[in-house]
Design a protein around this ligand. Sequence first.
Ligand SMILES: Nc1ncnc2c1ncn2[C@@H]1O[C@H](COP(=O)(O)OP(=O)(O)OP(=O)(O)O)[C@@H](O)[C@H]1O
Ligand SMILES: [Mg+2]
Length: 244
Amino acid sequence: MSYVTMVTSGKGGVGKSGCCVMLGSALSRLGKKVLVIELDSGLRSLDIMMGLDDRVIYDICDVLDGNCEPIKAIYKYDHAPSLYLMPATSRISPYIKAEDISRLCKGLAGYFDYVLLDTPAGIGSAFDAAANAADSAIIVVTPDAVSVRDGALVSRLLYSQGIENMRLIINKVRTDTVKSGMVENLDKVIDDVAVQLIGVVPDDAEFLKSMAKGRALSEKNTVYMVYDRIARRLCSEYVPLLIC
Ligand SMILES: Nc1ncnc2c1ncn2[C@@H]1O[C@H](COP(=O)(O)OP(=O)(O)OP(=O)(O)O)[C@@H](O)[C@H]1O
Ligand SMILES: [Mg+2]
């Protein structure tokens, strides 16, 4: 059976999809078979971020509508040993039904070690569907007041829905602010969101470029190294945090 983990945030654009690519890649380098399911309606992005946009024919809606077998809508990422994507539809589709997503996850659970559910911003139907299907959550926030408040709201909502296994990623942290003593502020972020920290990811121009072009990131890149540790920590290895 796989772990079904939702990646969520409340606020948009904080780095959930990038997290799915990097964490999925890092877990797959540890020998895990990982599927990312993109739960968006009409606004997909992971196909580009994973360099699969010219290959995608079938998507999650085709699977849910019974137009194809799930395997036809699962695409292998070229830059990691065993990371796969089921993309969101590019059509404007109405409503993601919780029972459909739960059934899909149950059906696929036997084939993967980890299923990462990439949720869109907000707390709408895709959020509810992911929360219904997931047994754990990763909350991604950036160190700004709006994102932190939204992250805190999301963590409370998930606790109230019975998801107790949650970890926090603080993303897009600027190296200069850490060096000038902003680590204290990171403590405040953790206190406010009230979720155990699993990683602090720097704001990195190379990472931004690689995601825009669907290219692999160098293993010397700090975002790559940070996600390597996040994946190990998720697999219960004792690895200290890397704050760059
Ligand atoms: N650590 C980082 N350093 C630099 N750029 C980043 C970092 N994390 C994410 N980005 C960039 O920020 C933008 C938003 O990231 P991403 O699409 O992953 O966010 P999201 O939370 O999934 O957004 P949405 O809510 O729209 O789904 C992208 O251009 C991405 O490459
Ligand atoms: Mg996204």
